[in-house]
Ligand binder design. Structure first.
Ligand SMILES: O=c1[nH]c(=O)c2[nH]c(=O)[nH]c2[nH]1
Length: 316
């Protein structure tokens, strides 16, 4: 987020800049027990980028219609596309840092850049090869599953540009646990119609956000501390599988603790969750499955953040 200048909000920029870069540097991550993900070839390193700039020098463009300092957003789009070709690293965050620091270097009157990118997921398809199947290095499939995004705020500092804020995000993870979740013991009063549930089919939509203690670990995959969204996703999977959760509140807290203990390089983890628990039409029985349907709106939601202080005295 760009801070106001002298108490005034002032920024402009370009969104939906689609950059399909081929053959970026492959990413290798330190493996974790919950995930088979060890990296990706980055054959297609594609992003939808939003780029916004601010600076005192833009005030006359708003107040007097003086465009003499305005870098057209069309030029911004060209800058993003052409400079993407020069990125030699393997992470979304590193690409965003390159684009924003180069922009600040080129245009002296810009004081800060806020940039975010949704990674557009393309997965290598499996094809016959050698013994069994192998990943194709030519054909990839656009995925509509959960996706990854990152945002940076980069400012002109005393010694060049510095990243002053960052956030990484796994978006729209949709998980159903068919048995092993409950919700009971909540306030019962004249407004309560919801029955207690001791085994509900818990369907959740989750966004998981994280920050690093040292942002360099996000920018440079070669440092071996990069946390891939796929690893975050797989840890959420295994926590959901293992825990008998009394509520979504408790579930996201426990997922947060697991992520922080698995990745000492992370400073915070936060969640936005949405409750889409299926409505039960026919109760499952021992010998027969149940029948469920989509819940009706409105939907419940939760938000929570954990930091390293929450780990003290906990065994996640
Ligand atoms: O996990 C839940 N938390 C709630 O706060 C809540 N409220 C509700 O109606 N169902 C649920 N489920």
């Amino acid at each position: 987020m760009l801070e106001p200048i002298n108490g005034r909000t002032m920024f402009y920029g370009k969104s939906d800049v689609l950059t399909y870069r081929t053959y970026a540097k492959p990413l290798a991550v330190t493996p974790v027990p919950e995930s088979s993900f060890t990296g990706c070839d980055n054959i297609i390193f594609a992003h939808n980028i939003t780029f916004a700039v601010t600076g005192e020098a833009f005030l006359p463009s708003f107040s007097e219609g003086d465009n003499s300092m305005v870098v057209a957003t069309d030029s911004m789009k060209n800058f993003i596309l052409r400079n993407t070709a020069d990125y030699t690293g393997s992470t979304t965050e590193g690409l965003l840092q390159l684009l924003s620091s180069r922009f600040l270097d080129k245009y002296d009157h810009v004081t800060a850049v806020s940039v975010s990118a949704d990674r557009l997921p393309f997965e290598q398809v499996m094809v016959p090869g050698g013994e069994g199947l192998k990943q194709s290095h030519l054909v990839l499939r656009h995925s509509n599953n959960e996706s990854y995004s990152a945002s940076l705020t980069v400012k002109r500092g005393e010694d060049g540009t510095e990243v002053i804020a960052h956030e990484c995000r796994l978006k729209d993870l949709q998980l159903i646990k068919v048995s092993g979740s409950s919700f009971y013991g909540f306030v019962r009063d004249e407004y309560t119609t919801l029955p207690e549930s001791f085994d509900r089919p818990l369907y959740i939509f989750l966004n998981i956000n994280w920050t690093y203690s040292d942002v360099e670990h996000a920018l440079d995959g070669d440092l071996g501390q990069y946390v891939a969204a796929e690893q975050v996703r797989d840890i959420a999977h295994s926590a959901f599988h293992e825990l008998n959760s009394p509520s979504i509140q408790s579930l996201i807290y426990q997922i947060g603790l697991r992520l922080l203990s698995r990745f000492p390089q992370l400073a915070t983890v936060s969640f936005e969750s949405n409750n889409r628990t299926w409505e039960t039409i026919v109760e499952p029985e021992e010998t027969k499955g149940g029948v469920f349907t989509e819940p009706r709106p409105p939907y419940g939601f939760q938000g929570f953040s954990v930091s390293r202080a929450d780990l003290v005295g906990e065994t996640a």
